[in-house]
Design a protein around this ligand. Structure first.
Ligand code: PEP
Ligand code: MG
Length: 570
């Protein structure tokens, strides 16, 4: 029995056999060839084959999941059919007189290294795509099945170095019991996806996890970030009980999940979902979500060759709004920068991207990109419950500038005679400056939504993706809680409502405290909704309010947690 500690990314317990997801490639040694022309013909056939394969994947993925997820394959096709890529491989076959496989391997490795060494994020991200295309081409040349997922026929725990959107787009989630990755942090693509799909996951396990032999029996504890290899019978039973308890609690909580949370004083609290794709939107209502408190629109923009058009965005927002049966859908405008990079948008290389041009700072600088998204949202909001939310707001002036963009987008739609709605406009409070000046900012908007993931990292000066400072970046820290309380009080004093879409909103332990502070809307991964609703129903506002002062007076996160655990028992 062996244990590995990583970063808890998606709660729940999974047990099963390890499946090592990697796209298997044979070792290729360059061999001298007599007839370069026949190798070039083989190469051309392989390119045609991969082109067909990518087109099929694109069409399949679009049908199964959505246009945004399918875009990665069209980006890969562009690399594949780029004439200079083909010419370089042909040139290598001729000049080196080596077989097509070895030439593909050599050219891809050179291109990949070249992109990796570049300053610009756009090119660095391209290196992964180049490697992906090269690997597909190689597999076609040597004649092996193209994707790791084709070997998964029964439920498994997936072990991978990283899982990129191009990997997860083809994954059949019903066969995935748990996910373990060597890289990644709590806000990496795979972590957010796993939470949304309710798959237990541990990330940031380091290269050691890749040494697990395929078929090894593993336990994934997504709550504690632990992985147990070859567990003994006692350990298996302990975790089996844990899993059964969680399932029983979920079943129980699901029974009432569809009901609203009505407090003893007859007031309501909204419990909504955080989602990042159309696929995840399907999980909102079944888990009792009363709308979407955060649609992370980055996922429509990632892994494509160019930004989605206004119509594509409009269709996606409309589809999601329809799935929500017209409950409120809060669409957050593009939040890139930090750990989210979008290749084709050529973000500047920054040594400190979390403190750089991200979120609203970036989109204000890209008026066309920004207004295209705003027009799509405004059009979708026609006759629908849709709100706009700006990320990473720091100053009052940014809100005025963003509102001016909304007005400009409205004027453009008016000129086109296209109908549009009048959505509520809100901001995320995730920078300490915004929390400290929430009274000034609240005067300009219809609502605030507290993003505790960033608020925690900025308040405690601890990078949310850095495992070395994981214990410092704790959203239960009294400094974070004080900023949250202050934000809620300021917003209410200005007569607007406040939500929370950071991970703290999905913590059962925090729910009574946040209720006591007066939070109006809680937004979280769909699978957390039934538990948070169940917890909120056990409290009255007065009882919950009594938690606030003593909680804020605790000296650190551990003391806050101990205090809340103690009160939760009562
Ligand atoms: C947050 O920062 O809390 C948040 C919800 O936004 P994201 O995690 O997408 O940065
Ligand atoms: Mg954020």
């Amino acid at each position: 029995m062996k244990q590995l500690q990583g970063i808890a990314a998606s709660a729940g317990v999974a047990m099963g056999r390890a499946f090592l997801y990697s796209t298997p490639l044979p070792a290729i040694e360059p061999k001298p060839i007599a007839d370069p022309q026949s190798e070039i013909e083989r190469l051309n056939k392989a390119i045609e084959h991969v082109d067909r394969e990518l087109s099929r994947l694109e069409a399949d993925t679009e049908k199964r999941i959505g246009r945004a997820e399918a875009e990665v394959f069209s980006a890969h096709r562009l690399i594949l059919i780029d004439p200079s890529f083909r010419e370089e491989i042909e040139r290598t076959i001729r000049s080196e007189r080596i077989q097509a496989e070895a030439a593909v391997q050599r050219v891809t490795a050179t291109l990949k290294a070249m992109f990796e060494g570049m300053e610009n994020d756009y090119f660095r991200t391209r290196s992964v795509d180049v490697a992906d295309v090269g690997a597909r081409l190689l597999r076609s040349l040597v004649g092996i099945a193209s994707s790791g997922w084709e070997q998964v026929h029964e439920p498994v725990v997936v072990v991978a170095d990283e899982l990129m959107p191009s990997d997860t787009a083809q994954m059949d989630a019903s066969l995935i019991l748990g996910i373990l990755t060597a890289g990644g942090g709590p806000s990496s693509h795979v972590a957010i996806l796993a939470r949304s799909l309710g798959i237990p996951a541990v990330v940031g396990l380091g290269p050691e996890v890749l040494a697990i032999s395929p078929g090894t029996w593993v336990i994934v504890d997504g709550q504690e970030g632990q992985v147990i290899l070859d567990p003994d019978v006692d350990t298996q039973q302990t975790y089996l009980r844990l899993r059964q308890d969680r399932q029983a609690r979920l079943d129980q909580a699901l029974k009432n999940a569809a009901q609203p949370v009505i407090l003893p004083d007859d007031t309501r609290v909204t419990v909504a979902a955080n989602i990042g794709s159309v696929r995840e939107a399907e999980r909102v209502l079944p888990f009792g979500g009363e709308g979407v408190g955060l649609l992370r629109t980055e996922f429509l923009f990632l892994d494509r060759a160019s930004a989605p058009t206004e119509d594509e965005q409009y269709e996606a927002y409309l589809t999601i709004s329809t799935l929500l049966q017209n409950h409120l859908l809060i669409i957050r405008t593009l939040d890139i920068g930090g750990d989210k990079s979008v290749p084709y948008l050529s973000l500047p290389h920054e040594s400190n991207p979390f403190l750089g041009k991200r979120g609203l700072r970036f989109t204000l600088d890209q008026p066309e990109l920004f207004k295209t998204q705003l027009r799509a949202i405004l059009r979708a909001a026609h006759g629908r419950q849709i709100a706009i939310m700006f990320p990473m707001v720091t100053t009052h002036a940014e809100i005025l500038a963003a509102r001016a963009m909304v007005e400009e987008a409205q004027r453009e739609l008016l000129a086109r005679q296209q109908p549009f709605g009048e959505p509520q406009i809100g901001i995320m409070v995730e920078v300490p400056a915004a929390a400290l000046c929430a009274d000034l900012l609240a005067a300009e908007v219809d609502f605030l939504s507290i993003g505790t993931n960033d608020l925690t990292q900025y308040t405690l000066a601890a990078d949310r993706t850095n495992p070395l400072v994981r214990s410092i970046a704790d959203h239960f820290h009294p400094a974070v809680l004080r900023l949250i309380y202050q934000t809620i009080q300021y917003a209410h004093a200005k007569g607007i409502w406040v939500g929370m879409c950071g991970e703290l909103a999905g913590e059962v332990l925090a729910a009574p405290l946040l209720l006591g502070m007066g939070l109006d809307e809680f937004s979280m991964a769909p699978a957390s909704i039934p538990f948070v609703k169940e917890t909120l129903r056990r409290w009255s506002r007065e009882e919950a309010a009594a938690l606030v002062e003593p909680a804020l007076a605790q000296r650190d996160s551990a003391a806050v947690i101990a205090f809340l655990q103690e009160r939760a028992k009562k």
